[in-house]
Every structure is written in C-alpha cells, then in structure tokens.
Design a protein around this ligand. Structure first.
Ligand code: AVJ
Length: 324
C-alpha cells in the first residue's frame, strides 16, 4: 500500500527538481515571499537572459566583454600554461571564449552551470571552435561543493573564472561562502577572476532592469511559468507585475513580482494567499566597489592580484590569488 501510494504521488523525479520544489514551497510560505534567483535559468529563462544581454539599457554584459577584449592579454597573464580553467555559472561561455583566445595552452576548460541543457550544448559548440582544448562540462549548483573532473584536479594549477556579476546574486555572506567554496575547489596557489558590476547612478541602474521592450519583465515572469510547468502551479501571469529598483542603502537592485489583486495560488497542491500588491522577491543584484569586493575576498583568504575596469567605471574584472 505504502509503496503504491508513493508511486502514484507526483513526486519530483530528480534531485534538481526536488530542490526546486522544496525551495519554492519554503519561499512562498515565508514572509516576505521569496524564490531564489538561480531558478530563473531553465531553458526558456536562459534564452530570455541571453536577450537581456543584448538590450541597449543592459550595459553589464557589453561592458564586461569590452574589458575582456581590451585587457584580455593582461588578464590572461594570470593563467599559467597547462592550468585548468574552471568557469562558475558559465551560461553561454561567450566571455570564456575571449579569455581562452588570450590564454596559453590549457589542460582543460571546465564550464559549470546549474542549467544542464545549456552547459552541455554550449560546451559542444565551444569544442568545435577550440578543437585542441579539452572541454569538460559539469552540471552543478555552484553554491555547493562539487567535484572537478579528474583532468582538472590533476592539472598543475587551477584558475577560476566567475564573470557576469553573478556574484551579485548572492547575499554578501553567501558571496563570502562562495569564495570560500571556490578556494576549496580550486586549491592552494590558484587564481580567481571575478566580473563584478560597480555601484553607479540610480537612473542607469534602474533602466538596466526596466527595459523598454519588457524582456526583463518576461524573464522575471518566466519564474511563475516555470513553477506552473514543473510544480503544477496555477499562477495567472497577467495578475503579476514586474518591479525592479535600486536599493541604495543596501547597494542592490531588487526584482519583485507584485500581485495585482488579492488571490490564492496553488503549487503542488499547497495553497498560498496573496494580498493586493504583495510581492515575491525574486532577485537581488548586489553592486560592489573595488574596495568592498576586495575586502570580502580578503576576509576568506584571497589576495588581490589585479583590477580592470572600463572608462566609465561601470564594471570591474577583479583577480585574486590563494597562497601556495
Ligand atoms: C546574471 C545575475 C548578473 O543581476 O544583472 C539581469 C541577472 N536579472 N536582469 C543581473 C539579471 C535581471 C543578472 N546576473
């Protein structure tokens, strides 16, 4: 009987799906309501994010690519010949391509991403363009410890690459935990190259998260569509609205989904009440200064090893080293 009931229950099928269900139910049950930003990136969400990176208002990707193109040779001097390059949250690997072209011959390139679909496909495409390079994709949540492929562990050195200001999605204490985790994964003597968005004018920041075409709104709302698809949710997408604004006290962009009316929503059979105007807090995007990120990294043992920015000082690439 018990075994039969278990078989019939609509339980998530994979560890990834279980984590999504657990986190969504906990987040919607909390006050205020939240859902972790990492769940934006299913297939549809990853595609919408790629569109965001091409929007005129969204300066971070373009600016970071420019820094990598202009300073790639300098940045690549931190990468020893024969090292393994490990990219945390690789997405489309567009930035890694620039770094790989400037880098000496490597033992391996290891793109790590939570979206397995994306990381496998992008790795296959990159492999075609870099036939000499060993490309070893890993599907993992970079918030937690994960195993590197044997070739990367055996390499004489490891270099971490964490571009895209993804670090901004973490709370500062989580960013410190990530940096500690990265130190453990990469090991003594390793290097870490981080792309971090910089604190700037409120108007420029707000525009970047409230584009005229509404792509960012779609990206935000896709989270509800994903819950509907994967967790038997019944969110009505036209009853929620995208809100994004810079919170200057906390140096972060906040994204929310605001319920336009009082309503009840079901997710995997559990019911959640929304007041009119109540929001689900879906993302924080922290902005740093060179000093504030440096202080965070130093606090967990990483020593500053270089900083590169664009002319307008919109974005930074910051390198750190671990003692041997
Ligand atoms: C991928 C986390 C860097 O915070 O700018 C873009 C995600 N959210 N527009 C960011 C995002 C809304 C992006 N990061």
């Amino acid at each position: 009987m018990v075994a039969l009931a278990r078989k019939l229950a609509p339980l998530p099928q994979t560890a990834e799906a279980t984590a999504f269900a657990t986190d969504v139910l906990a987040g919607l049950g909390a006050t205020p309501k939240t859902v972790p930003a990492k769940y934006f990136y299913d297939g549809a969400g990853s595609q919408l994010f790629e569109r965001i990176t091409e929007l005129p208002e969204y300066y971070p990707t373009r600016t970071e690519m420019r820094i990598l193109r202009d300073e790639g040779a300098e940045i690549a001097r931190l990468i020893q010949s024969g090292a393994a390059l490990v990219e945390f949250g690789s997405g489309s690997s567009k930035k890694a391509r620039i770094l790989l072209r400037a880098a000496p011959p490597l033992a391996a390139y290891v793109p790590v991403d939570i979206c397995g679909e994306m990381v496998e496909q992008e790795a296959a495409e990159l492999q075609v363009d870099f036939p000499q390079l060993k490309v070893l994709p890993v599907t993992a949540d970079i918030c937690f410890p994960f195993e590197l492929p044997a070739e990367a562990k055996a390499a004489p050195a490891r270099v971490g690459f964490f571009p895209g200001s993804t670090i901004g999605n973490f709370e500062p204490h989580e960013a410190a935990a990530f940096l500690r985790n990265a130190a453990k994964i990469l090991g003594a003597g390793s290097t870490l190259i981080i792309g971090a968005d910089l604190i700037k004018d409120t108007e420029i920041l707000n525009a970047a998260y409230n584009d005229k075409d509404g792509v960012t709104a779609k990206f935000n709302l896709n989270l509800l569509a994903r819950i509907n698809r994967e967790l038997a949710g019944n969110f009505k997408l036209d009853t929620f609205e995208h809100h994004a604004f810079f919170n200057r006290e906390r140096n972060r962009i906040e994204m929310h989904l605001a319920s336009l009316k009082r309503q009840k929503v079901k997710v995997t059979g559990e019911c959640f009440d929304f007041r009119a105007g109540e929001t689900i807090h879906t993302e924080n995007s922290y902005k740093y200064s060179v000093e504030s990120l440096g202080a965070l990294a130093c606090g967990v043992g990483w020593q500053p090893a270089g900083v590169w920015t664009d002319k307008r000082k919109y974005f930074s690439i910051q390198a750190f080293k671990l003692a041997e």
